[in-house]
Design a protein around this ligand. Sequence first.
Ligand code: WTA
Length: 660
Amino acid sequence: MAGTAAGDGETLERELDEMLEIERFDPPEEFRRQALLSDPAIYEQAAADPQGWWAGQAEALHWFEPWETVLDDSDPPFYKWFTGGKLNASYNCLDRHVEAGIGDRVAYHWRGEEGERRDVTYADLHRDVQRFANALKDLGVRQGDVVGIYLPMIPEVVVAMLACARIGAPHNVVFGGFSAESVKERMEFSEAKVLITVDGARRKGKTAPIKASVDEVMGDLDSLKTVVVVRHAGLDGVPMSDGRDVWYDEVCAAADPVCPAEPLDAEHPLFILYTSGSTASPKGILHTTGGYLTGVSTTHRHVFDLKPESDVYWCAADVGWITGHSYIVYGPLANGATSVMWEGAPDYPHRGIWWEVAQETRATILYAAPTAIRTFMKWGHEIPEGYDLSALRLLGSVGEPINPKAWLWYHKVIGGGRCPIVDTWWQTETGAIMITPLPGITSTKPGSATRPFPGVFAEVVSEADGTPVESGQGLLVLTQPWPSMLRTLYKEHDRFVETYFARFGKETYLVGDAARADRDGYFWIIGRIDDVVNVSGHRLSTAEVESAIVAHEKVAEAAVIGQSDDDTGQAIAAFVTLNGEIEGTDELVAEIGAVVAERIGKFARPKRIIWADDLPKTRSGKIMRRLLRDIAEGRALGDVTTLRDPSVMAALESQIQDAE
Ligand code: WTA
């Protein structure tokens, strides 16, 4: 079956269904033979001496001064790593590669929406970062000052981040899909002195006037002294305020070309990244330099089996999320990798664009989110099959649980049956991948992120008292500190302790996910504990029910919510998107119920199924269950501004009305 074309839709369906019976996929022999890590003894070695293991990994970085202590755990949960050591992230990502003579290696094959190609080398970045770092200094930015970055997927976003890192100014990147209001909020919280943004951002053939939108909200921020504007979309008449706004190209041209990297303490803040918590106000996750860089470079090398001389690695996330920070910028650059950077959406100018870019760049590694994979499934296997993806040798998944069917589709249709899949579990807070297969060692089971990375210690514990759950469901915790862990929540130390270290004590990190460990010690992430549904006292994760529903061959995607119910407390309502042109029928409702009953239990069967042409998703691809709850319970809709496509809600409302 490996490597064959998937054939017609029905044959593929049948093949995937047959594969659902396969419990484990061993690393292909050919892959194992060439893998960087192929000896399972690595797990025991790291477990026997975690500090020694991490110190060994940190030695692969360049240090201006060696550390004195690997781990300072004298004041948990405020851990420090590699104390006394001095290094610079920008030096590690650029200078040492240029000094080693690989400056002409491509760091990014950047591909623009309208077919533009820019191949940016390590030497190019080294030159641009030095100039921009000096420009920031000329603008008054000093070590420790926070710099905001609100840029689309263009090489300048990397230059901006590394320029900050070079002079020790922590960056605060805001994902380009967030509104200007959110940017303002984040600049305000972090008291950013400078904001780096763009004239306009292109999306699917349209241009959003970013600078003008920023101006509308940013006016009255005292802390913000300067706005640096990158020319990208070629917009005319961009508003520029005298005394505050400057053009990126002009300040760079005026700056000195040489800017030595500042030797910084290992614990010097590298960046703040705001992420959502269980309350409305976002949490400013703070990462520092030495431990973070050790974590991301080590995991990037070993999880992706990286051969920097020959691999073309594509992480299809946005730089504005942690996945982009760690696995588009710092991990790959620290390892001297060649990456693909795609400016746009997966369906512009056409639905095969990812595969066109992968074919053209001869991408060997692809790292993407399950939501993207499910979308491609929905569009049909014929699209990727029209391209030559034979260079691919490894596939990755991140961000949410991947249901077995999507895993198998990814494996077969995109990976040609020959590529191992690394399902990587981690969070903004963990900085780097925590639970993952090692592709040359670990047998995979579709839907399981498998085992903790060497040097990482995870457990599933009982909700009641925190004792380990041998087999079955519980709360996921990390029981020992790791180098790339968040150090605190920016300016909210109490909230940091309260959120992550109050429940089971100061030495046990509460992840916020429910998980299950199986008899082989494999971890199955069930989902956020905040999305738990309680039906007649049975606790269920929306993700688990969704996974069951999408196992039905006619289902493309499903979102499950707990709807309040007089009889059972909560009842399950499922919004279901069907494949292609298939119509929702009563028969199908019964069939879906049966699949759920079979996979989980009768109590988990949806009480209500709502056919949906599309589901409301945030710009990062997460389904917004809050809105589905509103709609299912007939409430007025809450805030829809963070949706990728707000019109989805109107369509859903009319679908519900039609059904009733
Ligand atoms: C979820 C993204 C299952 C999880 C890197 C976690 C996953 C949250 C996986 C963090 C995975 C991430 N399998 N669930 N492989 N990866 N998650 O901070 O619920 O955006 O807590 O970091 O995503 O999301 P964040």
